[in-house]
Design a protein around this ligand. Structure first.
Ligand SMILES: O=C(CO)COP(=O)(O)O
Length: 157
């Protein structure tokens, strides 16, 4: 991943207040990168950054907004990760309430492990990521070699 990263930011409804506080606190770090969000989170992130940037006379970043999570946003994000278009995922998911698209959430989290994407599910991890010296440096995550899996013999008899 390059110095300027593609950072995905997502939050379930009960965690949106937390993500907005976190984005508001870390706006200066975040505006140096490309931001991708699921629909509703993206609207809030965009508004928060627009306000902070206006206050500080900084040009606000464009926030790419995908579909809302329950409408396929998590799956879109998963596909972007598979294509190598997301470097970091900040995903404040709700540990207290089941979601209509729980399977999509699980799939997204699985893909982040498969592709070794730094992922924060809570604020302290997000703080560690944003304050890491690697946050503004290039970095090559090591992805496990799945060649053996792709070339395996499948018994179809
Ligand atoms: O449900 C979500 C992630 O699973 C988030 O979707 P929204 O950002 O559209 O609320």
């Amino acid at each position: 991943m390059k110095k300027k990263k593609n950072i995905a930011i997502v939050a379930h409804d009960n965690r949106k207040k937390d993500i907005i506080e976190w984005v508001s606190f870390n706006w200066m770090e975040l505006v140096q990168h490309n931001l991708i969000c699921t629909g509703t989170t993206g609207k809030l992130v965009e508004e928060t950054l627009a306000f902070k940037c206006l206050e500080n006379s900084v040009v606000p970043p464009t926030v790419t907004r995908l579909k809302s999570g329950p409408l396929g946003g998590d799956q879109q994000l998963g596909a972007l990760i598979v294509n190598g278009e997301v470097d970091i995922l900040i995903f404040f998911w709700d540990p207290m309430q089941p979601q209509p698209h729980d399977v999509d959430v699980k799939a997204l989290l699985r893909i982040t492990v498969l592709y070794n994407i730094p992922t924060a599910s809570n604020r302290s991890t997000a703080d560690f990521i944003v304050s890491s010296s690697l946050f503004h440096e290039s970095y090559q995550p090591i992805v496990k070699d799945y060649a053996g899996y792709i070339t395996r013999e499948v018994d179809v008899t």
